[in-house]
Design a protein around this ligand. Structure first.
Ligand code: FES
Ligand code: FES
Length: 161
């Protein structure tokens, strides 16, 4: 049996402490130890983006990062941590309104990546949207509706200001 390691970091704005095995990924930790199950494991090897979380404000493939590598200065955010965030709400409504959600498996990762893009660049071009989403795979929608949803979220944000 593997030894458990204590890890301390900030999760969705709160300082937390948990025990992880040396081989546990950040994705497994948020799902198992914290029951935050929005992020999904698709490929488990950094190719599909279904596990995207924000670490210190940047999107990461959480299936590739070891939980034991988190430190006290790290701040991890999951989709659940953004449920009252206006920008995330506007991304989620645009996905629904544009018909960009089918089975839903990829959507938490897509929403995280889109959120991070719009946070850094509130007015992205279609090319920038495509580029930002290039690490997120969807088996259902063919991407056009997802890209349209991100454009719409950006448009809605501009018109609400
Ligand atoms: S599950 Fe992490 S990139 Fe696919
Ligand atoms: S909606 Fe099914 S994988 Fe994207």
């Amino acid at each position: 049996m593997e030894n458990l390691l204590k890890t301390v970091f900030t999760l969705n704005g709160k300082r937390v402490e948990t025990e992880v095995s040396p081989t546990m990924t950040v994705l497994e930790m948020v799902r198992r130890n914290f029951r935050l199950t929005a992020a999904k494991e698709g490929c488990g090897k950094g190719e599909c983006g279904a596990c995207t979380l924000l670490l210190n404000g940047e999107p990461i493939n959480s299936c590739l990062k070891l939980a034991a590598s988190l430190t006290e200065s790290d701040s991890l955010v999951t989709v659940e941590g953004l449920e009252n965030d206006e920008l995330m709400q506007s991304v989620q409504s645009a996905f629904v309104n544009e018909g960009a959600v089918q089975c839903g498996f990829c959507i938490p990762g897509m929403a995280m990546t889109s959120y991070s893009l719009l946070k850094q660049n509130p007015n992205p071009t279609p090319h920038q949207i495509k580029q930002a989403l290039s690490g997120n795979i969807c088996r259902c929608t063919g991407y056009r509706k997802i890209e349209a949803a991100v454009s719409k979220a950006s448009e809605n944000r501009r018109s609400s200001k």
